[in-house]
Write a protein that binds this ligand. Sequence first.
Ligand code: FHN
Length: 441
Amino acid sequence: AAQKQVPLQHGAHRIGKRTDADMNRWRDYGLGEFIHMGLYSILGGDYNSMHYDGAAEWIRSWNKLPHEVYDNLYKKFDPKNFDPEVWARMAKNMGVRYVTITTKHHDGFCLWPSKYTDFNITKTPYKKDMIGPLVKAFDQAGIDVYLYFSVMDWHQADWRYDLKTVADSVAFNRFKTFTKNQLTELLTLYPQTKGLWFDGTWDNSWKKSGAFSDSLDQYLKKIHPGLIIGSRLRADDYGNRHFDANGHLMGDYEQGWERKIPSDYTATRGNDWDCIMTIPQNGWGYSKTWMGHWKTPYELIEMLAKCVSLDGNFVVNFGPKGDGTFRKKELQTADSIGAWMKVNHEAIYNAGYLNWTKQDWGYYTRSRKDGKIYMIVFNVPINGALKVSPAKKEHIKKAYLLQDNKTLHVEALDGNDVFIQLEQKNQQEPFVIVLETGQGG
Ligand code: FHN
């Protein structure tokens, strides 16, 4: 029996994926970069010889750091060594095809010359816009730009966590206008923008603003056709986020995969999605003391392979220092991922889910361009043979290494199953095998 649907005015307006050219392009990115830069980058998680244990971009919420001190940090914001072209080149070398940049994090500090608040970059010793030159440099490097924007704004007197009184609603209505103005400003100043990446939308005040978030979404898409907005912007009539009361995604892709990856294809519900990942355990802005385990490039590459194999994109976060440069370890990570991508990008770009039984050696992806199948191998079994069990009616005609086109021996097993025999069994790094398949058998 059909499930009872809840009538909604502000639920999902589309069921299923967006299939226009802009969204198809998004789907094929494979790899992305996230950048967290702001006033917090100056402190790097430290204040008064003490270290804040949380994510460094949240340091303003630390009771040991007075708000006035934090809010005056703009007087010290001077990323003297910032060079947008260096940032774009780094991303290009890493092989990323889209980048998301913080224009305003929860602290409310704007990295662009917003005319709606003085708490912006033109009032700092640096004086200049950072967003415009970044948009330009990335765009010229062929990398699509998305702008991160926190709705929650700790600096604005009209921001509310909840709407409990009439006065709250009055103030929050002003805040909504301010938000809409800032977003209009960003899209007007930076017309190359491909999408907006919303954050800080989890409080009751915003969850009670479903009608407004719906109209804002429609308005932004109207003034900027093709714009991509994930599922973190809207709330439905009942305050549900991401998925409406009927379980339908509200947004162009699912934006809930933060520092986690779906376990299997079912968990993606067949939606578009991306996973955003920190290199350390948690923490997005620059932190002098890096928290917990530092993910190695191969660990990140494995996450990338897993995401693409489940039809998602994978986005690695970087937190530049207050002077506008990247810490050495981040540069090395970007370099190593880039070196791997140079050889193996075919298995990542324009590729997605393949419904063959997953094997322990790694991940399959399938090209959306020509149907080629890729095996991204992370664990070679002791016998040096990789099992492949194709879906019914498909059989393996040929297998070769992507890195040097060397053909591999395909040994028949039961049915259409095969072993792909590796000559070299002690692999030091993840590698890719290309499969050519035929029908029947
Ligand atoms: O609180 C933020 C956090 O600082 C960071 O910006 C991440 C990135 O997705 N978003 C929020 C937590 O979900």
